[in-house]
Design a binder for this molecule. Structure first.
Ligand code: UDP
Ligand code: MG
Length: 322
C-alpha cells in the first residue's frame, strides 16, 4: 500500500486553514480512491499566536468522527515560532510516507497539482518541484525582491536553485531519508534539495494569490533566508575578504613604492610623512591578507562542521552479486 505524506507548516493561518484542509482532503480522498493509496497530513503549527492550533485540533476531531479510512491528520505543535524552514524540517522528519509532499498552508500552491507530482514520481523522479508560472496577487515589490533573491543566491552559491521554485515539492522516501540525514542547523531547504542530486523534475503550475492573509515573509525574513542560502552554500563572502586583502595590499605596495620614489626625487614638505605612510600601508596590507588566510581556514572548518555526506549514490550495479 502506498502512503502519501503531506507536510503543511502553519503560522497564524486561522483564516485559511479550514479551507486548506477541505481542499487538501477532498483532493487526497479522490486520489486515494483512484490510485488505491492512503495519506497522512502533517500540520506543523509553528508557534502560531492566533487560533490556528485550536482549529487544527477541531479538524482532527472531525476527521476522527468521520472515521476516514483513507487518511489521518497529524498535528505537530512546535514550542514557539521557529520559522518556516525549521517547521518544514520538523514535519518532514515525522513523515512516514513513501512519497512526501510539502505545501504552503495559504493555498497559494494548488493541491490539484499533487496528482501530476505523483505521476512523475511513479515514472521514477525522486524529487518533483513546483515551478510557478504566474504569481497572481503579489505586489511588484515582492516580485522584484523574489527575483533578486534568486539571482543573487544562484550567482553566489554553486547550487543550481531552480528559478521561481518554492517549497512546494514531492520527495521520494529515498530523497527524504538523505535530506533528513543532513544535520546542518541553518536550513536553506531550497538549496539543500538541489544539492542532494538524484532525478529531479520540475512541474509547472500557476501560483494563485493567497486565499487569505498576507505573506509571513516580510523583507527582513527574505533577507535572512537569502543570507542562509548564500552563507550556507558558499564560502564566497569569506573568500572575498581574501581577494580584497590581496587587491588592497597589492595597490598599497604600489602606492608605497610610488611615495618612496617620489619623496626621494621631489621631496615632501613634511618630514617623515613618506616613511609613516609606507609603514601603515604595509602593515594594513599584511593584516588584510592574514584575515583572508584565517577566512580560508574558517571556510574549511565550516565545511567540515556542516557534516554533509561526501557523496550520494544513485545506483549501484554489480555483475557478480553483492
Ligand atoms: N510559515 C511558518 N512559519 C513562519 C512563517 C511562515 O510555518 O515563521 C508558513 C506559513 O504558514 C505558510 C508557509 O510557511 O504555510 C509560507 O509562508 P508565506 O505564505 O508567508 O510565504 P510566501 O507565500 O510569502 O512565500
Ligand atoms: Mg504564501
Amino acid at each position: 500500500m502506498t502512503i502519501i505524506s503531506i507536510v503543511v507548516p502553519c503560522y497564524n493561518e486561522e483564516e485559511v486553514i479550514i479551507e486548506t484542509n477541505k481542499r487538501l482532503t477532498s483532493e487526497l480522498n479522490k486520489l486515494a480512491d483512484k490510485r488505491n493509496l492512503k495519506y497522512e497530513i502533517i500540520y506543523v503549527n509553528d508557534g502560531s499566536k492566533d487560533n490556528t492550533l485550536k482549529i487544527l485540533h477541531q479538524l482532527e476531531k472531525e476527521n476522527l468522527e468521520k472515521n476516514s479510512i483513507n487518511g489521518k491528520l497529524i498535528i505537530l505543535s512546535l514550542a514557539k515560532n521557529f520559522g518556516h524552514q525549521i517547521a518544514l524540517s520538523a514535519g518532514l522528519h515525522h513523515a512516514k510516507g513513501n512519497a512526501i509532499i510539502s505545501i504552503d498552508a495559504d493555498l497559494q500552491d494548488p493541491p490539484e497539482v499533487i496528482e501530476g507530482m505523483l505521476e512523475m514520481w511513479k515514472e521514477g523522479s525522486d524529487i518533483v518541484y513546483g515551478v510557478r508560472t504566474v504569481r497572481e496577487g503579489e505586489t511588484w515589490f515582492k516580485l522584484i525582491t523574489a527575483k533578486l533573491f534568486y539571482i543573487i543566491v544562484r550567482k553566489l552559491t554553486n547550487c543550481d536553485i531552480p528559478l521561481n521554485s518554492g517549497d512546494f515539492r514531492l520527495m521520494s522516501r529515498r530523497a527524504l531519508d538523505i535530506f533528513n540525514s543532513l544535520p546542518e542547523k541553518n536550513r536553506f531547504i531550497r538549496g539543500m534539495i538541489p544539492w542532494i542530486g538524484l532525478k529531479q523534475t520540475p512541474i509547472y503550475y500557476e501560483r494563485s494569490a493567497s486565499f487569505a492573509g498576507t505573506t509571513k515573509y516580510p523583507l527582513t525574513k527574505m533577507i535572512k533566508l537569502a543570507l542562509d542560502g548564500i552563507i550556507g552554500f558558499s564560502n564566497t563572502p569569506l573568500k572575498s575578504a581574501y581577494y580584497l586583502g590581496f587587491t588592497v595590499a597589492f595597490l598599497s605596495f604600489i602606492y608605497g613604492f610610488f611615495i618612496l620614489v617620489y619623496s626621494q626625487i621631489k621631496g615632501f614638505p613634511v618630514q617623515g610623512w613618506s616613511s609613516i605612510m609606507v609603514t601603515i600601508l604595509f602593515i594594513g596590507g599584511i593584516q588584510l591578507i592574514t584575515i583572508g588566510i584565517l577566512g580560508e581556514y574558517i571556510g574549511r572548518i565550516y565545511d567540515e562542521v556542516k557534516k554533509r555526506p561526501l557523496f550520494i549514490i544513485n545506483d549501484k550495479e554489480s555483475r557478480f552479486g553483492n
